[in-house]
Design a protein around this ligand. Structure first.
Ligand code: AMP
Length: 364
């Protein structure tokens, strides 16, 4: 069985690492010559919209998937008309545009922050009395890890924030004074069978995910499952889906979804019976899905911008290191480590050790 993957970064790499024990082979398409998954399969090197490479991928792969949501719509459509593509292009179209995504949530009765479409400074000014302060201005497309976003605290912030976006269409949304951020990850296979992971509790800094902790028996689990089920059914979804949520006073508010394996689910490699990467493959190949039961208490710490000495990381007990084989660069995710513990106290101590090392190595 051959799975084609658009993108050959760390997510593709971890998909491949999960696939080999199941006898799956991989072909990656990625424009970067040193993409970090390219030693785990065949690397088609070139642009995502190169017709020759796309035709090769479509012909040779039994099923095509992707590791990022900004796959051009025409590329996804081309592939879908020649081979199986999971998740379907519709999920990409919704996830690529924050306005379409928020409207989609709204239509499914999944709560969102108050939001409005913004196409000019005037429309931003007009929206503010309705949205309220503080608020966040976000570009509709191509935003990730907090990029293309500005916090709006007063009327003085409007003009600089709008100018920073350089005229691209945007949404303004109410700032949610959340108690915590969580995400739910689920997998649905071609036959419609669905499994849900225990919630992840997520800590961001500078808009980038730093730590995710598995939350077995979380009081918000059921609510999160209800919302992600609505999304998967509406999209006739196949694969792993991640939904990011804010929790405020016992209520969940949707931020965004990712139609792919997700950074907040990396702990599932050691912390769940079946990892999100394996379940993504099982889902798109229409195999029975694996159990998502938590194995102990786990947390994942990202290494961003730089990396401590490997030897130093390997001395931390019950922690599992995943190097992505990527050159360190400011703001770039280069590795993660997952710590596993029996008690919350032990886990907190391991997170402390790992985050201290991560912060020291991060030059951003
Ligand atoms: P995003 O790129 O939309 O996932 O935003 C990155 C991070 O910015 C989120 O994980 C939150 O920590 C923060 N953020 C985004 N939108 C909001 C909001 N409406 N209210 C509060 N924090 C937000």
């Amino acid at each position: 069985m051959i799975v084609g993957v658009l993108g050959a970064g760390q997510l593709a790499r971890m998909i491949a690492l999960a696939g080999y024990p199941l006898g799956v082979d991989f072909i990656f398409l990625d424009p970067s010559v040193d993409a970090c998954a390219n030693r785990l399969g065949e690397h088609l090197h070139g642009d995502y919209n190169d017709p020759r490479l796309l035709a090769q991928l479509a012909e040779r792969a039994d099923v095509v998937t992707y590791e990022f949501e900004n796959v051009p719509a025409d590329v996804a459509e081309f592939l879908a008309s020649h081979t199986q593509v999971h998740p379907a292009p519709k999920a990409l179209a919704v996830a690529q545009d924050r306005l379409i995504e928020k409207t989609f949530f709204h239509d499914l009765a999944i709560p969102t922050p108050a939001y409005a479409a913004v196409n000019s400074l005037e429309s931003l000014e007009q929206a503010m009395p309705v949205i309220g302060w503080p608020a966040i201005l976000k570009s509709r497309t191509l935003g990730y890890d907090g990029k293309g976003q500005s916090l709006l605290k007063s009327a003085d912030d409007l003009k600089p924030a709008w100018e920073q976006l350089a005229g691209v269409p945007a949404v303004v949304e109410a700032f949610v004074p959340f108690n915590r951020e969580v995400s739910i990850i689920a997998a649905r296979n071609v036959s419609g069978a669905t499994v849900y992971y225990p919630l992840s509790e997520n800590y961001h800094r500078g808009g980038i995910l730093r730590v995710s902790e598995s939350r077995d028996n979380d009081p918000m689990q059921q609510q999160a499952e209800t919302y992600i089920t609505r999304l998967m059914e509406a999209l006739d979804y196949v694969g792993v889906l991640a939904l990011e949520l804010f929790e405020i006073d016992g209520k969940l508010i949707a931020n965004e979804f990712a139609p792919r394996v997700h950074n907040s689910g990396h702990w599932t490699i050691e912390g769940a019976e079946t990892s999100q990467f394996e379940n993504h493959l099982r889902a798109i190949l229409d195999l029975p899905l694996g159990a998502t039961t938590a194995v102990g208490k786990t947390a994942m710490v990202n290494f961003i911008g730089g990396l401590p000495e490997t030897e130093q990381l390997l001395t931390i007990p019950r922690s599992h290191l995943h190097l992505y084989d990527k050159a360190p660069r400011k703001g770039r995710k280069v590795a993660h480590a997952t710590a596993r513990a029996d008690t919350t106290g032990q886990l907190a101590e391991l997170i402390k050790q790992l985050t201290e090392l991560a912060d020291k190595a991060d030059d951003s």
